[in-house]
Design a protein around this ligand. Structure first.
Ligand code: F6R
Length: 607
């Protein structure tokens, strides 16, 4: 874990590999390395720290190579544990994402054979196993090594005796092959490929591919005779520039600003004003099936889980179908009951988050129906689901999710509209929601215009060691998402609480040193919310209130940030945007690396 690149073709591999690795930096990593097949054999350069710090030795020439950014799982981040790993005879080099569960047993076995394991990693065993295999072809050597492994992998292998190729294989960790002109690229993420080619093939779990300058062939990781050929070459409709931060100092900032346009893309062609409903082509549920849905269960991780809670509220309110959200990472460990008339929704920006993917597989294994709300087209979760709503947010590079989250919310709104209109939601109410959705992009823009004022508030908040984010009912998931954004990039302790629970515990912590960010929309709970603000104010807790212009905070001393009001059901997303800007400006002020927060990766593809 975490990023893989590979190249085979007519150019020098090392510069291309290093460039590819810098494109994966946003995913988070602690060490990096590259290997090339030189005339004299495999050469490796790797070290802890940034990609740009890799010191390539002289004579590092070779037109076939692999590279990796590592996020430590087995053993600390140091030069030796960085990938690529080599076999004892130096003939094999391997990079690997994922986790080998039986690494300890395999390490012991290899030691007994007299092999000196130089690193602490699980990956190193793969290099030795490939080298030890007596099979005639590299593909079979890799197959026999993988047969010994329990766990997950995306793996790329170089072998001195097979200098024209890279062999790659996938089980649970993404791998994409980029098809060029007499050259081929390999990467775990499109970001590393799109500069070179937009013709790509996603490797499936259980597939192995031989990649040479002339092209690639795929086969099975277990059965050498089962050739499932290049079934899936696709031409991406992606502007490589979307993977550049351009004039912006960070991807997160760029992606925050892109939200109005991304929201428009999400809604385009999906709103049916005449019948007050939504068209969701990929949903694959006819009216009768939609009516048959008795419950909705939303699964996602992190921010995708929090927006799932916003989505559950929308679906309950508009469709009057019981709905709830659960962390996918917990769901699949509790032997969940899968009901035939429950609609399961898997929510993921990357479409690769392992916990969400495994939850989807568990549901499908038990005969449940899963619809994906996914941003990355063709990703593992998108492919695994029965139907889907693509998010059309465009590539999201920053670790902290912003525009994908906004479009997830819109996806829930569209689905709620659809489920509502086949039930009791009236045409008039459907049209009311549609008009609200149509107003949203411009209102998102309006919130973004308040950036300077929000930045000033962020400066004050950045000084606090610890903060609360509070909200009720619709506002509570907004508070959770706000706390999440704040903590992940500012590294301040930010805790979300339902406002109603304050006096059941956390009020004890309120003091002039502990600010509270409160979500107070104009709705049926405004009075209750304002009463809670009085309690905080009375204890001299500094208050920032995200609210609507017509909310009267009375005597409460607070800094208010007013967002435009939409329909109450849609307000949560507008209340979320200032929280993104608060987190961003606090982190900026604290001098943090906004796009690469410490210890975090863009997509979590290992358990
Ligand atoms: C927070 C954040 C993470 C992701 C989570 C799920 O800003 O980005 O919490 O939301 O890791 O990722 P996806 O949506 O790719 O499944």
């Amino acid at each position: 874990m975490c990023g893989i690149v590979g190249y085979v073709g007519g150019q020098q591999a090392a510069p291309l590999l290093l460039e590819g690795l810098t494109r994966l930096e946003h995913r988070g990593y602690d060490s990096a390395g590259v290997a090339v097949l030189a005339a004299s054999g495999i050469k490796v350069a790797k070290q802890a720290g940034r990609v740009r710090a890799i010191d390539l030795p002289k004579r590092f020439a070779g037109k076939v190579g692999i590279g990796h950014t590592r996020w430590a799982t087995h053993g600390p981040a140091n030069d030796v544990n960085a990938h690529p790993h080599r076999s004892a005879d130096g003939k094999v080099a391997v990079v690997h994402n994922g986790i080998i569960d039986n690494a300890a047993a395999l390490r012991a076995e290899l030691s007994d054979l007299g092999i000196d394991l130089v690193s602490d990693t699980d990956t190193e065993v793969l290099a030795h196993l490939v080298a030890l295999s007596e099979a005639a072809s590299l593909e079979d050597k890799v197959r026999s090594a993988l047969a010994r492994i329990e766990g997950t992998y995306g793996v790329a292998v170089l072998h001195e005796d097979f200098p024209d190729r890279i062999v790659v294989a996938r089980n649970g960790s993404p791998l994409i092959i980029g098809v060029g002109e007499k050259e081929m690229h390999v990467a775990s993420d499109l970001a590393a490929l799109v500069r070179y080619t937009t013709t790509v093939a996603h490797l499936e779990d259980g597939q192995l591919a031989t990649v040479t300058a002339a092209g690639f062939t795929t086969s099975s990781t277990t059965d050498r005779t089962a050739t499932r050929l290049a079934n899936q070459i696709t031409e991406l409709d992606i502007d490589p520039a979307t993977y550049d931060a351009g004039e912006h100092e960070s991807f997160m900032y760029k992606e925050i600003l892109e939200q109005p346009a991304a929201a428009e893309r999400m809604l385009r062609g999906r709103l049916d004003e005449r019948f007050g409903t939504a068209h969701l082509g990929g949903l694959d549920l006819d009216a009768r099936e939609s009516r048959g849905v008795k419950r909705v269960k939303i699964l996602g991780c992190g921010s995708a889980y929090y927006v799932g809670q916003m989505g559950a509220a929308l679906i309950e309110e508009l469709a009057r179908v019981p709905a709830d959200a659960e962390a996918a990472s917990e769901f699949r460990y509790r032997n969940p009951i899968i009901e035939p008339d429950t609609l399961y929704l898997a929510v993921s920006q990357s479409g690769e988050t392992i916990d969400t993917l495994l939850a989807v597989q568990e549901i499908r294994r038990k005969g449940g129906r899963v619809v994906g709300l996914v941003n990355v087209v063709g990703s593992a979760i998108a492919r695994e689901c029965d139907g889907g709503i693509y998010l059309h947010a465009g590539p999201e590079v920053a670790v902290a999710s912003t525009k994908a989250l906004t479009n997830m919310f819109l996806g829930f709104a569209l689905l709620a509209l659809h489920l509502g209109r086949v039930r009791d939601l009236s045409v008039a109410d459907g049209r009311r929601l549609i008009a609200g959705l149509q107003r949203l992009p411009a209102q998102l823009e309006e919130v973004l215009k308040q950036e300077d004022a929000i930045a000033e508030v962020a400066a004050l908040l950045s000084e606090a060691e610890s903060l609360f984010f509070i909200g009720r009912v619709r506002g509570f998931p907004v508070a959770r998402e706000g706390a999440q954004k704040f903590k992940e990039i500012s590294y301040r302790h930010a805790e979300a609480y339902p406002t109603s629970e304050l006096k059941h515990g956390p009020l004890a912590l309120i003091s002039p040193e502990v600010p509270t960010v409160a979500i107070v929309p104009a709705d049926e709970l405004t009075d209750r919310n304002v009463a809670a603000l009085h309690e905080i104010d009375a204890r001299l807790g500094p208050l920032v209130v995200i609210t609507h212009a017509d909310v009267d905070l009375g005597e409460v001393r607070a800094t208010r940030i007013d967002v435009p009001a939409n329909e109450p059901e849609l307000d949560p997303i507008l209340l979320t945007i200032p929280l993104q800007l608060l987190a961003y400006h606090a982190a900026l002020r604290l001098g943090h690396d906004i796009d690469k927060p410490r210890n975090l990766a863009k997509s979590v593809t290992v358990e």
